[in-house]
Design a protein. Structure first.
Length: 302
């Protein structure tokens, strides 16, 4: 059984304005996406395992097509994505509604990823492992192709946060179902986002210490509105009060170890966070996502 997205240009490929990311300014390719599958369809319009006694059938959005058409579409899929080295891929449906927005290298996802409902509201917001080496050969074999990392947030069609997941190298290591934490949702609805960080607690997508925090290129913070000691995975906890405390949490012993404590400057208007660590200043720009339960940070060039 084979299944992947086919991308067909209605005209010649075109590029939108460059988008800033970990990789610098990236071109944005806007393409149309259709579901292309082979095998035997079941009642839910999905392919089942191949039965060697039955002939292989080919489908485009559940409509049967010939093998030749399938091969043509498949070739177009691969040839178009060869131009993404890397880039931001915006996938549209038949009505030109946005399906997803992803940082990719070819058909490998290597950065931010957002899926959308037909209404335009985010459905899923997540992050794939960034290729920090700058080398793009054999990225699948080297573990840089579509590897989920950090926080993933899932929303219903009205924009309500349903649950969040935490991944480490494509392994799910934590999940919070917000349905069971009504206080968490009430705080979000009430406006407690990154706008008002004093007294708030966040979990970080990346482990840091005094040395490596200045080397962070990008990371994410996800708000914690339940007892932090009830979290299921070892991680860094950021607590904002008069100062910022970054602690490591051992979920087995429930012990927190102080990594660093520093002053900080939060500029809500410019959406920047500056950390004042001993004799250095480290400044990040940030973008709150959807309700603000997740915030993505990128280091500012000096």
């Amino acid at each position: 059984m084979k299944s992947f997205f086919l991308f067909i240009f209605m005209s010649l490929p075109f590029f939108l304005s460059a988008q800033e990311s970990y990789y610098g300014a990236l071109d944005t390719i806007t393409i149309h996406g259709f579901s292309l599958t082979s095998g035997n369809l079941n009642d839910s319009c999905k392919t089942q395992d191949l039965d060697p006694k039955k002939p292989i059938k080919f489908y485009l959005d559940c409509i049967e097509i010939s093998q030749l058409e399938y091969e043509i579409y498949s070739e177009e899929y691969h040839s178009q994505l060869k131009k993404c080295t890397p880039c931001v891929v915006r996938r549209l449906d038949y009505q030109d509604s946005l399906l997803s927005n992803t940082t990719e290298y070819g058909d490998c996802r290597v950065g931010n990823h957002i899926e959308y409902y037909p209404s335009g509201k985010p459905k899923t917001i997540g992050h794939y492992k960034v290729n920090e080496t700058g080398k793009w050969n054999r990225i699948y074999a080297r573990g840089y192709c579509s590897v989920k990392n950090g926080f993933w947030s899932h929303f219903d069609s009205l924009g309500t946060l349903l649950y969040t997941e935490t991944y480490n190298e494509d392994t799910l290591i934590g999940k919070i179902d917000t349905v069971f934490y009504p206080e968490f949702l009430n705080r979000l609805i009430g406006g407690r986002y990154f706008n008002d960080i004093k007294g708030s607690i966040w979990q970080s997508s990346k482990q840091v210490d005094k040395k490596t925090i200045s080397e962070l290129k990008d990371f994410g913070l996800s708000i914690v509105e339940i007892d932090a000691d009830s979290l299921k995975s070892d991680l860094n906890i950021w607590t904002f009060n008069e100062t910022l405390k970054i602690e490591s949490l051992d979920t087995n012993t429930k012990k927190r170890s102080l990594i660093l404590e520093c002053k900080y400057v939060h500029n809500q208007e410019n959406k920047t966070l500056k950390l004042l660590i001993e004799n250095q200043e480290i400044e990040f720009s940030y973008v709150p996502v959807s309700t603000g339960a997740y915030v993505g940070f990128t280091i500012k060039n000096k």
